[in-house]
Design a protein around this ligand. Structure first.
Ligand code: PLP
Length: 363
């Protein structure tokens, strides 16, 4: 007789999501988390008040249609509201995209290393992960990715800026790639760090705009999130922009009421603070450029960062480096054998990492 419920045997092959380690409670004298690409600013003005108002009615279900937020996003993106789908963070939308497109054995192509949720949600969906190695400079190898597409391919994830390495996919290369992908294959352009990238480029034309591409191409979906530049990682809300056939499929694959009332209200309030958000993003980008300058001056060649983080290709030293940072009171994100992703945080935290790097890991 069975002694426990049957669990899908293939679940054993699904890695668990590893979140960045949290630092011990922040306090003066203090420890810092540079492990999860969070911003260091508190909520944007008006956001805490919007949350408090929603908390007066916790016994009510949220608006299942997310009406006000969807309308505000549609206005901003210059599309109809049926072009927007929201989700419990954009990671949930990645999963909905797979649920909506893949049958068992279908293939999902993504660069690797990239966002660690891609292989997890692919396998959970019963689909086959097709990881395509990044180039040595941390960029997507788009010709190899195009070559990896078969008649079983249902989804291609593109991550720009790439997490964890940092580079964007350049507009011209992306256009060429999209031209080569059959219209039957969904291309999900994950732009979680779009706002940082926009503040990083000299000419906006260098940076692909997923919203624009989604309007031009029937098989492109742009993913954006409130977790990074808008600072709402704890409240879980992201969105897709794509044509109505695709957003409808996403909605069918979503759990009902996935975006809480507090998330809806705070995202809406955050959208009204565009200018302050951009000021914070610019500050982060300035600080990132300062830090990267020091890293490069120390002899490191690192991939060009466009998000609020940078990549150190430490290889076999990755875990040692993370341990040294932790001893210095800073958590960073190590990928054993590959490298370390370091978020941009408080100046003092960034400096501690630079100190560890110069002291024990010089090039
Ligand atoms: C942080 C991140 C996300 C967004 O996650 P949420 O679920 O919206 O919090 C998506 N993609 C990438 C590449 C990320 O780094």
């Amino acid at each position: 007789m069975a002694t426990s419920p049957h669990i899908r045997p293939d679940l054993q092959d699904v890695p668990s999501y590893r979140a960045g380690r949290r630092a011990a409670v922040d306090q003066p004298g203090r420890t810092y988390s540079l492990a999860s690409n969070e911003t260091i600013y508190g909520p944007l003005p008006g956001v805490a008040e919007a949350a408090a108002t929603e908390l007066e009615q916790p016994h009510r279900y949220p608006d299942a249609g997310v009406t006000a937020l969807v309308q505000a996003l549609a206005d901003r993106c210059n599309v109809g509201p049926d072009w927007i789908a929201t989700g419990t963070g954009s990671v949930a939308i990645c999963q909905q995209a797979i649920v909506a497109t893949c049958n068992p054995g279908d293939e999902v192509v993504f660069a690797w290393r990239s966002f660690e949720a891609y292989p997890i949600i692919t396998k959970l969906g019963g689909a086959q992960a097709v990881p395509v190695p990044l180039r040595p400079d941390g960029t997507h190898d788009l010709s190899a990715m195009a070559a990896a597409i078969t008649d079983r391919t249902r989804v291609v994830f593109l991550c720009s800026p790439n997490n964890p390495t940092g580079p964007i996919i350049a507009s011209a290369q992306l256009d060429e790639f999209l031209e080569s992908v059959p219209a039957s294959v969904l291309v999900v352009l994950d732009e979680a760090y779009y706002e940082f990238a926009l503040a990083s480029v000299a000419d906006p034309a260098e940076l692909p705009d997923g919203v624009q591409l989604a309007r031009e191409r029937i098989n492109v979906m742009a993913l954006r999130t409130f977790s990074k530049a808008y600072g709402l990682a704890g409240l879980r809300v992201g969105y897709a922009v794509a044509n109505p056939a695709l957003t409808q499929a996403l909605r069918k694959a979503a759990l009902p009421f996935g975006v809480s009332a507090v998330a809806q209200a705070t995202a809406l309030a955050s959208l009204q603070q565009e200018q302050e958000m951009r000021a914070r993003v610019s500050e982060t980008v300035r600080e990132r450029d300062r830090v990267v300058e020091v890293v490069k001056a120390a002899g490191w060649e690192i991939p060009m960062p466009y998000g609020n983080y940078y990549w150190l290709g430490l290889g076999e030293q990755a875990l040692d480096f993370a341990a040294s940072c932790e001893a210095a009171g800073v958590t960073v994100r190590a990928f054993p054998g590959e490298g370390v992703r370091v978020s941009i945080g408080e100046g003092a935290a960034n400096d501690r990492v630079l100190t560890v790097l110069a002291r024990d890991f010089s090039r």
